[in-house]
Design a binder for this molecule. Structure first.
Ligand code: NI
Length: 346
């Protein structure tokens, strides 16, 4: 019996233990569910705040398309290597050929960039460069004001160039126009308007060939013919050079006899041919000191500029010509040096 008693006690004790254990595990599971509830409430709260913020962000840009573009913009493209393939439509280049040339330029620019041979040959006091008309007139910012240069290649082309000049004048903004020499006779009135409106006029060679593929004589002819034709139309004197496709090897740089100007921000108007895409790309990548590549050849570029000029000014940028940008930054432009921006050259 004692044995039975003992086992009954043990049994009861065990049952008591189990019921206590049951109560304990119920408490644990209640606590668990409680914590789970709190966690889900917290997650819903955070999600709510994020949703509110996202809603506010997309309301800012002018159009819905632009909002999506800005949010989804690719930030990795700032300062991309030269890809100046724009502006050939009216001159009848096949797009396939352009693609090949574009590729060649990228390779060339990359190689040239790696040379890193910044040769210091200063222009004597920058001579006539100091006296050029650069636009931007009396708009002077303090030293902290971010400054950028808008540049327009491959023109003039009256319907587009005039729209761009109109908006630049309206907002007292400066810019540089890199003109193709062979177009000057056809668009001389437009070129005169550009110059007389106070914008910087510069050379984009006579026929927009890749200078790296030409003999020294041919390179010099491209440059001299353009300078002469420019000066027969407007008194610009010596001018800056933008090599077609951004392509200028050491030999071309030595022959140039002037500072060479590439860009740090390619608007890619030649690629997208879409104003909203250009706007999104520029606004999402622009920074102080940028030289922005555009083409006064496409209607979309004029449309983009009409939005970008007031918008960039509203964001605190001062818009100037290339020469003015370098003066603002206290960097002298040197003959035979190819610049992407005031601090990046070779
Ligand atoms: Ni060009």
């Amino acid at each position: 019996m004692a044995g039975i008693d003992m086992s009954e006690k043990a049994e009861k004790g065990k049952m008591r233990g189990e019921s206590a254990k049951g109560a304990g595990s119920r408490r644990i599971s209640q606590a668990f569910w409680g914590i789970l509830m709190l966690c889900s409430l917290f997650v819903m709260f955070v999600a709510g705040i994020l949703a509110l913020r996202a809603g506010r962000g997309s309301a800012q840009p002018r159009t819905q398309d632009r909002a999506e573009g800005e949010n989804g913009a690719n930030p990795g493209k700032a300062g991309a290597e030269p890809a100046d393939v724009g502006g050939q439509d009216t001159e009848g280049f096949a797009s396939g050929q352009q693609g090949m040339e574009d590729l060649a330029v990228r390779t060339d620019a990359h190689t040239a960039g790696e040379e890193g041979d910044a040769q210091g040959k200063a222009l004597p006091e920058n001579g006539e460069m100091e006296d050029d008309l650069t636009g931007g007139g009396d708009v002077k910012g303090d030293e902290d004001t971010p400054v950028i240069a808008l540049t327009f290649d491959d023109g003039p082309f009256t319907p587009v160039t005039n729209r761009i000049v109109d908006v630049l004048l309206e907002y007292n903004a400066g810019a540089t126009f890199f003109v193709v020499g062979s177009r000057i006779d056809m668009y001389s009135d437009t070129l005169k308007r550009v110059y007389e409106s106070g914008f910087e006029v510069a050379s984009h060679t006579w026929s927009h060939k890749n200078l790296n593929g030409l003999s020294p004589e041919e390179v010099l002819k491209e440059l001299d013919d353009t300078r002469e034709k420019l000066n027969a139309c407007v008194p610009v004197g010596d001018v800056l050079l933008r090599p077609p496709y951004g392509s200028a090897n050491e030999s071309v740089r030595e022959l140039a006899g002037t500072p060479l100007i590439n860009w740090s921000l390619d608007s890619e108007d030649w690629k997208s041919r879409d104003a909203d895409t250009v706007i999104q790309h520029v606004l999402s990548t622009v920074k102080d000191g940028d030289i922005i590549l555009m083409h006064d050849l496409y209607e979309c570029t004029a449309g983009a500029v009409e939005y970008l000029v007031p918008e960039l000014i509203a964001r605190g940028y001062r818009l100037v010509s290339v020469s003015e940008l370098f003066r603002c930054k206290g960097i002298p432009l040197e003959e035979g040096i190819l610049y992407r921006n005031p601090w990046d050259c070779y």
